[in-house]
Ligand binder design. Structure first.
Ligand code: URA
Length: 422
């Protein structure tokens, strides 16, 4: 077998054979297939697609490139959630302890932000002392004792995906449904969860901009999970506007703690509860009451134990950026649009995200929203507060924002997009 014949098959719109797929993934992981050959193949897949049989084999080959975890020894059923990524998407933070408080075990292997979307590990690292990297034994111990663990995937889990994802990120080949579906599902199936809820984002701040593409991605991933024996369901959720009132690491932790304390923005609460119900249902815990667990403090108790078990201090003050810049409304009326992508790019430019995967992030950087679509606005009121430690970044961030929102005359009809679309 050789890489050039595999690339030619897909370049010429052919179907890759199981042998070609197994060989190319294995040879790439071992370094026998070069990055430039794999990037040509990834581009051919992006342009010409893969059918469901090819995607299933590609996913299986990526799982086989590393280890599989096993939670069979736990007394509780395991259930996990994966979001395809968005702006202000802090849902994992309240959700994992909430679902654990309702009786499930939540092994949440999470990632870092890249580009305009945030990453759960970056958010949690703004809590002084908190550690993302745990050994497999430590991970199992935190999961067993607290009911939830949020940590980085170990190097042994789907190593083919680690290498391929980093390559796709710098070769313009992220946005291919077969590659996204196999990347996400190889990690989740290897992680060993019994049930999985997929939060497939749709809108300007998401990889999938249209409902049709989001449906296709969701149904591809649900089929991959189900065929591997993982009870898998998907929700399509709105990412045309940021979730909640914050985008940025420490800012989002603060908002998540507000939700765990029984407060917080309505859209964050609604999505957290919708995903919790699906996760509990998929785990067979149909009688659990996540709304009660948010209100009676039991989810907050699990959060505190989970953060402490990973070295974090749940009572420590969160970092605050050194400089702020307030953007005020130039007219009165109704805020009819606040664009997730533009807010995500501006937060990233302020230091909340990274351009390359080895770059550091600023814990305090990001954007606070003072209004959401549908709110009435008075000229001169604050709309957004930009936070950064490096004020020279304000100009660059502001350049992402001139078309980020629309204020239309009072009385203009406004129809809210529901947070759960399907
Ligand atoms: N998240 C992943 O893990 N992989 C992708 O390809 C896209 C988002």
């Amino acid at each position: 077998m050789d890489a050039i014949s595999v690339i030619r098959t897909k370049r010429d719109r052919g179907e890759l054979t199981p042998e070609q797929i197994d060989w190319v993934i294995d040879a790439y992981t071992r370094g026998e297939v070069a990055d430039e050959q794999m990037s040509a193949l990834a581009m051919a897949i992006l342009l010409n697609g893969m059918n469901r049989t090819e995607i299933a084999r590609w996913t299986a080959a990526m799982i086989a490139s590393g280890e599989r975890m096993n939670f069979a020894g736990l007394s509780r059923p395991t259930t996990d959630k994966h979001s395809t990524g968005g702006v202000g998407d802090k849902i994992t933070l309240p959700l994992a302890p909430l679902v654990a408080a309702c009786g499930a075990a939540v092994p949440q292997l999470s990632g870092r932000g890249l580009g305009h979307t945030g990453g759960t590990l970056d958010k949690l690292e703004s809590i002084p002392g908190w550690r993302a990297h745990l050994s497999n034994a430590e991970m199992l111990d935190v999961l067993d004792t607290t009911g939830a663990v949020i940590c980085a995937a170990g190097d042994g889990l789907a190593p083919a995906d680690k290498k391929l994802y980093a390559l796709r990120d710098v070769t313009g080949t992220v946005e291919a449904i077969p590659l996204i579906a196999s990347s996400i599902m190889s990690k989740k199936i290897a992680e060993g969860t019994g049930a999985l809820v997929l939060d497939v984002k749709v809108g300007s701040g998401a990889f999938m901009k249209t409902l049709d593409d989001a449906r296709e991605l969701a149904s591809t991933m649900v089929a991959l999970g189900t065929d591997s024996g993982v009870r898998t369901v998907a929700l399509l959720t709105d990412m045309s506007t940021p979730l909640g009132l914050t985008a940025g690491n420490a800012l989002e932790v603060r908002e998540s703690v507000e939700v765990l304390a029984g407060g917080g923005p309505r859209d964050v609460i609604d999505l957290t509860l919708a995903l919790a119900r699906e996760m509990l249902d998929a785990a067979g815990l149909k009688d659990a009451d996540p709304e009660k667990a948010l209100q009676d403090g039991s989810a907050m108790d699990v959060w505190r134990r989970m953060i402490s078990a990973q070295g974090g201090d749940p009572d420590a003050a969160l970092p605050v950026a050194r400089e702020q810049h307030v953007i005020k409304a130039s007219s009165s009326g109704v805020l009819t649009r606040l664009d997730a992508y533009d807010i995500g790019v501006a937060a990233w430019r302020l230091g909340a995200g990274r351009a390359r995967k080895e770059d550091p992030v600023q814990a305090g950087a990001g954007i606070e929203l003072h209004a959401k679509p549908g709110d009435e606005i008075t000229a001169g009121q604050p709309l957004l507060t930009l936070h950064t430690d490096t004020p020279e970044k304000f100009d660059y961030a502001l350049k992402a924002l001139p078309d980020a929102y629309d204020i239309e005359p009072a009385g203009t009809a406004f129809t809210a997009t529901p947070v759960v679309r399907e």
